[in-house]
Design a protein around this ligand. Sequence first.
Ligand code: PBG
Length: 333
Amino acid sequence: MKPTSQFPLARPRRNRKADWARRLVRETELCVNDLILPLIVHDGDGGAQPIASMPGISRHSFLGAIEQAKIAADLGIPMLAIFPHIDANKKDAEGREALNEKGLVPTLVAQIKAQVPNIGIMCDVALDPYTDHGHDGLIDENGYMLNDETVNILVKQALIQAQAGCDVIAPSDMCDGRIGLIRRELEAAGFHNTQIMAYAAKFASAFYGPYRDAIGSQGALKGDKKTYQMDPQNSDEALVEVALDIEEGADMLLVKPGMPYLDILRRIKDEFGRPTFAFQVSGEYAMLEAAIQNGWLDGARVRMEALQCFKRAGADGIISYWALEAAKELGRK
Ligand code: PBG
């Protein structure tokens, strides 16, 4: 469509002249059904632990997390995503605690399913909360993350989550072939309807810094994650990753981080037309929230605008640390 030069016949501002007119021509709209609430949960005693690099966000206790799930469900938020903070003395090089059927995540999933039936639960599949080196899987003597050996463990981790009642398995590791192997295992075990949200286009980003604080892997992380997460300067490669994940049985796709990668989101949505989600990650939250708390940005407006832009860029939903605030703001639609 060519822009017209027929001024004053054409005046685009006519459609913006009043609130009702703007609402009428609005192309996309954020609603509470688009929100996924991330919950960081610790396995220690005591209550919530504030996370310094994520002002306003805490690690919840086990019981606190169940409370949060209830609040989210009452607000109409369709799903939450669980991220564990595991005590350092339960961490080892192989991340064995990830396969503990009585561990924090499976126990919590079962409890939330029992007490808060009308909210979906998504679980991260990766070993970084459980490894003493902070990588998402097993590493060799050079610090290189082993692919096939890691995937074998992730398949088991995913199955344990599904058995606990997890609705959506979300592998966040970027190993090759993991979606297909997890899907086959779930099918073989009778979990035909367990969905997989593949972290399909996940970039090796500095915007995850605060999250690594939150789950306690920051100080421990040796090296970086560039041999498995994508180069932030690539775009075509994201389409390859997504195509593979769809072939391997992913039901939903995730782009991560969010705001610096809206172009990737748009390309994936246009190319594949599948349910596509964005993760507004910890660093995005931290930078905006810090400016809001300093009085440099208008919080209510910035939060909404940042989330609405994901919809415009093609997202079906957004994982956001602001999900509760946004849901309150939006009300049920
Ligand atoms: C780990 C994982 C990360 C996040 C979610 N799952 C960090 C990483 O890959 O190092 C980031 C979430 C956030 O920054 O909010 N596999």
